[in-house]
Design a protein around this ligand. Structure first.
Ligand code: SIN
Ligand code: MN
Length: 208
């Protein structure tokens, strides 16, 4: 595990190599169990119903879903109706060491990017508690991660996120636009197929 923390902007922190290889393997294996209990589903754009190129699942008390009715958090899987499985311990530990926030995360969104998948620039703003950061963990092939400012028209730049890297999107950067331009297949040996897993840990509600 590396202690390196790079400030990309105020509140936007890149922690390269946050998870060492052994931790990445443990997390990969824990996610296999998550996906067994909560199979990947294909999210769709609100209104148009156009499919995202990533597939998703969640763990924790709440999960983020998107379909023709809109974006939202809900306590159950959209296809199976079952509660989301528990967050693996390593995920909760990552939040504790990176979030700087005194309450646990409520949602862990798991995005599966196959080699050709990408994600357009967007803000994460479906959470009521914007005082908590979003913490991202990457596994598998490197991604070209793009980020800008809190307005869509602000200039953007990109960095590469490798397997084991973490990003904290918080503070003055909590509402920055961000997305994934592309995946660089063959850059990691962690997974048994080309692609990338990204986890985003989120606090959704205001602590009572
Ligand atoms: C996201 O914004 O939900 C995912 C970001 C990433 O895949 O790095
Ligand atoms: Mn996001």
């Amino acid at each position: 595990m590396s202690e390196t923390r790079l400030a990309l902007a105020p509140g936007l922190i890149h922690a390269p190599g946050f998870l060492d290889r052994a931790a990445q393997e443990r997390l990969r294996d824990a996610l296999r169990e998550v996906v067994r209990a909560a199979p990947l589903f294909t999210p769709r754009m609100p209104r148009t119903g156009k499919a995202f190129s990533v597939r998703m699942t969640n763990c924790g008390p709440l999960g983020w879903v998107s379909d023709v009715d809109g974006y939202r958090y809900q306590p159950t899987h959209p296809d199976t109706g079952a509660p989301w499985p528990a967050m693996p311990e390593i995920v909760r530990d990552a939040w504790e060491s990176l979030a700087g926030y005194p309450h646990p995360p409520e949602a862990c969104l798991v995005n599966w990017y196959e080699a050709t998948a990408k994600m357009g620039l967007h803000q994460d703003r479906d959470e009521t508690d914007l005082g908590a950061p979003v913490v991202s963990l990457s596994l598998g092939d490197t991604a070209v991660f793009r980020f800008g400012g809190t307005e869509r028209k602000a200039p953007t730049r990109s960095i590469r996120l490798a397997s084991g890297d973490a990003v904290v999107i918080g503070g003055l950067s909590r509402l920055v636009f961000h997305g994934v331009d592309r995946i660089l297949p063959g850059t990691s040996t962690l997974l048994d197929q080309p692609g990338r897993i990204n986890l985003t840990l989120r606090r959704v509600t205001q602590p009572g």
